[in-house]
Ligand binder design. Structure first.
Ligand SMILES: [Zn+2]
Length: 265
């Protein structure tokens, strides 16, 4: 899915600082020694993740994804500094899951790449359900680490549903019945991905945390699931739950869903 987060607005004031930092990083990484050290740090983190989670994590993937229309590129050594920042963030977010949980959902590998696309449309993440690979783009959305963190949980949720229901596009009638009678979802996430307004947490209607959630029932679940794993977003959801019984029921539904997997939302 592609998201352009509203969080980018928040970061604009410090853009000069990050510009200077980025420029400095480019200078530093121009040296092969610095690049080697950064690469060593990245490798150490990924090896650590393998040992703690039992999941292979890589940024040098040579194989093809199962989707014929999917494409990606590996990181260039000049990009190891931003790659390191992403890998640090990934380690933190994946640390919210236990190895047994990841084993239950069958996740085999995480690959961190750039220019990830599907049918020419750039994507921040793409789950490969056939090879059980979670493919993540470290460049897309780099203006907002909060967005990149959210995406990891959102896409992982699709893989959880695929593991549990045998179909990531599973139509959950029980979930849909939580909405008010007569409500109809949109045409799916793909139809609205290019609109950044879709992803703002604005609680646009009873039972929905953002407009993207209204696009499809699988996206609705994935968005709430991801928000519950992010501290600031969870706070907002909890506040809305005080006066939104539909949202309350959806959160309870997801908690019941995750509980047998050993995941506390
Ligand atoms: Zn999605």
């Amino acid at each position: 899915m592609i998201k352009h987060s509203v969080h980018q607005v928040k970061g604009m004031c410090s853009s000069r600082f990050w510009g200077v930092l980025g420029f400095t990083a480019i200078i530093l990484l121009a040296s092969p020694t610095a690049r080697g050290e950064t690469q060593h740090q990245i490798d150490s983190i990924l090896v650590g993740m393998y040992h703690s989670l039992g999941i292979e994590c890589s940024y040098k993937h040579a194989g093809a994804l199962s989707w014929p229309l999917a494409a990606y590129e590996n990181a260039h050594p000049n990009e190891y500094f931003p790659l390191l920042q992403y890998v640090l963030l990934l380690e933190e977010e994946m640390g919210k899951y236990s190895p047994s949980f990841l084993q239950k959902i069958g996740l085999k590998k995480i690959i961190v790449v750039k220019n990830l696309s599907y049918d020419g449309q750039l994507r921040a993440a793409l789950p490969d359900y056939y090879q059980e690979i979670l493919c993540l783009d470290f460049v897309r959305g780099e203006h907002s680490p909060a967005y990149q963190r959210h995406v990891i949980h959102h896409e992982l949720f699709h893989m959880i549903e695929e593991a549990i229901h045998g179909d990531a596009y599973f139509t959950d009638l029980n979930w849909m019945s939580i909405n008010k009678p007569g409500f109809v979802y949109g045409k799916g996430g793909v139809s609205v991905q290019d609109d950044p307004r879709q992803f703002a947490f604005i609680h646009p209607a009873r039972g929905f945390i953002n407009l993207y959630s209204i696009s499809g029932q699988i996206e609705d679940r994935a968005e709430i699931f991801a928000a519950l794993l992010m501290k600031k977003e969870r706070k907002k959801v909890k506040r809305w739950m005080l006066f939104d019984r539909v949202l309350c029921r959806k959160v309870k539904y997801l908690r019941r869903f995750a509980q047998p997997l050993g995941l506390k939302l």
